[in-house]
Design a protein around this ligand. Structure first.
Ligand SMILES: *Cc1c(COP(=O)(O)O)cnc(C)c1O
Length: 334
C-alpha cells in the first residue's frame, strides 16, 4: 500500500517541473471568516492544472524500453500525460471521441501529444486506448487510480504543510479521488489530526456516492460548471476509492448556483480566473455548508475553462447546462 515515502519520492521526481506553486491568502475570505483562508494556486502550473504532478511521476517511473503512453482524458489529465511524455521523449497518444471540441484537440497537440479521434462516445475512445495498449505496446496512465499518480498529486499536501504547518483543515475538490487520496495520505502522515474534506458538485458526485454506498457505484453524468469533476471512479477501482473512504473526514456537495457564485467571488475578490472545479471549497464556505474554525487551505486546481462561459458567469448571465439553467445574477459581495 502507498505511504508517505511514496509521496516524498514523487516530490524528488517532479522537482523543477511541477512543484512549488504559490500558497497565497485570500484577504477577502480570511476577513469574512475570521481566520486565515489560503489558496494553493495549481492553476499556475505549466499546463494550467495540477495533473502534471501525477502524470510526470507516473511517466518517469515507467520501465526502460516503454514505447509510449496513452489515455483517453479530454481534459487536464490528457494535457498532463502529453507534457510528461515529452519530458521523457516518449510518444503520447490521447484518444478522444468525435464530440470533443477542436480547442481541446489543439491544446494537446501543442504539448506534443498525438490525438486520435475515434467514435462517438468516451467509451469508444477508451476502447481505442485499450487497443493501442494491446497492439502497439503503449501503457495506459489512469487519471486517478494509479499509485504513482496519487503519490504525485500528494506532493501538494507536502508543500502546503511545509509552508503552513499550523493549518487545521484542507478543502479538496473531489472527482476520481487521486488528488484527495494523495493529499490526505501526505497530510495525515505529517499531521494526523488535520481535517481532510472532499468536495464535489451535487449532480454526479461518483466518489461521494461510492463512499456512502461502501463500494464503487456508477452515477449519471450530467453537464456541470465543475466539468473537471465529472465522470465515474471505475467499478474496478483499486486505489483511490479505499484511500478516500479511509482518509477523508467528510464529503460535502455543492449546487451549480453555489459554484457560479463562488467563481464570481474568486474572480472579483482575488482576481483569479479558475475552473468551476476549483471553487467548490469556497462555494461550501460561502453557502454555510462548511464553517471554518481555524486556518485552512483549499486547492485552486486549474484554469482550463471555456472563456465564453467564464464571461457569462462574471457578467451575471444565465448559463445553460444541457437542459438545466442556472439563473444568472450580477456579483454581490457575500
Ligand atoms: C482532475 C481534476 C480534479 C479532480 O481530481 P481527482 O483526482 O479526479 O479527484 C479537480 N480539479 C481539476 C481542475 C482537475 O483537472
Amino acid at each position: 500500500m502507498l505511504d508517505l515515502a511514496d509521496v516524498l519520492a514523487a516530490q524528488n521526481t517532479i522537482k523543477g517541473q511541477a512543484d512549488h506553486t504559490p500558497l497565497v491568502p485570500s484577504p477577502f475570505l480570511s476577513d469574512k471568516f475570521g481566520t486565515d483562508i489560503l489558496l494553493k494556486l495549481e492553476n499556475m502550473q505549466p499546463i494550467g492544472a495540477f495533473k502534471l504532478r501525477g502524470a510526470i511521476n507516473a511517466v518517469m517511473n515507467l520501465p526502460e524500453g516503454t514505447k509510449g503512453v496513452t489515455c483517453c482524458s479530454t481534459g487536464n489529465h490528457g494535457r498532463g500525460v502529453a507534457f510528461a511524455a515529452k519530458l521523457r521523449g516518449l510518444r503520447a497518444v490521447i484518444c478522444m471521441s468525435e464530440l470533443v471540441p477542436k480547442a481541446k484537440v489543439e491544446g494537446i497537440q501543442q504539448l506534443g501529444g498525438e490525438v486520435w479521434v475515434k467514435g462517438q462516445s468516451q467509451d469508444e475512445a477508451m476502447a481505442e486506448s485499450r487497443r493501442l495498449c494491446a497492439e502497439e505496446g503503449l501503457v495506459e496512465i489512469s487519471p486517478f487510480d494509479d499509485p504513482f499518480v496519487i503519490a504525485g498529486q500528494g506532493t501538494i499536501g507536502l508543500e502546503i504543510l511545509s509552508a503552513r504547518p499550523d493549518l487545521e483543515t484542507l478543502l479538496v475538490p473531489l472527482s476520481g479521488g487521486g488528488l484527495a487520496a494523495g493529499i490526505a495520505l501526505a497530510a495525515k502522515a505529517i499531521k494526523p489530526d488535520i481535517q481532510l474534506i472532499g468536495i464535489s458538485m451535487d449532480r454526479g458526485a461518483a466518489m461521494a456516492a461510492s463512499i456512502e454506498a461502501g463500494h464503487p457505484v456508477d452515477v449519471v453524468e450530467v453537464p456541470s460548471l465543475a466539468d473537471s469533476l465529472g465522470g465515474g471512479i471505475g467499478m474496478d477501482n483499486k486505489f483511490s476509492f479505499a484511500l478516500c473512504r479511509d482518509l477523508l473526514d467528510q464529503t460535502i456537495l455543492v449546487t451549480e448556483e453555489e459554484i457560479y457564485r463562488a467563481m464570481q467571488c474568486l474572480y472579483y475578490e482575488d482576481r483569479i480566473v479558475a475552473e468551476g472545479a476549483c471553487v467548490v471549497g469556497i462555494a461550501a464556505m460561502l453557502a454555510g455548508k462548511f464553517k471554518p474554525n481555524g486556518p485552512l487551505a483549499t486547492i485552486i486546481t486549474g484554469r482550463n475553462l471555456d472563456m465564453d462561459l467564464f464571461t457569462q458567469i462574471i457578467t451575471g448571465q444565465n448559463v445553460q447546462l444541457g437542459d438545466y439553467v442556472i439563473e444568472g445574477a450580477k456579483y454581490v459581495r457575500p
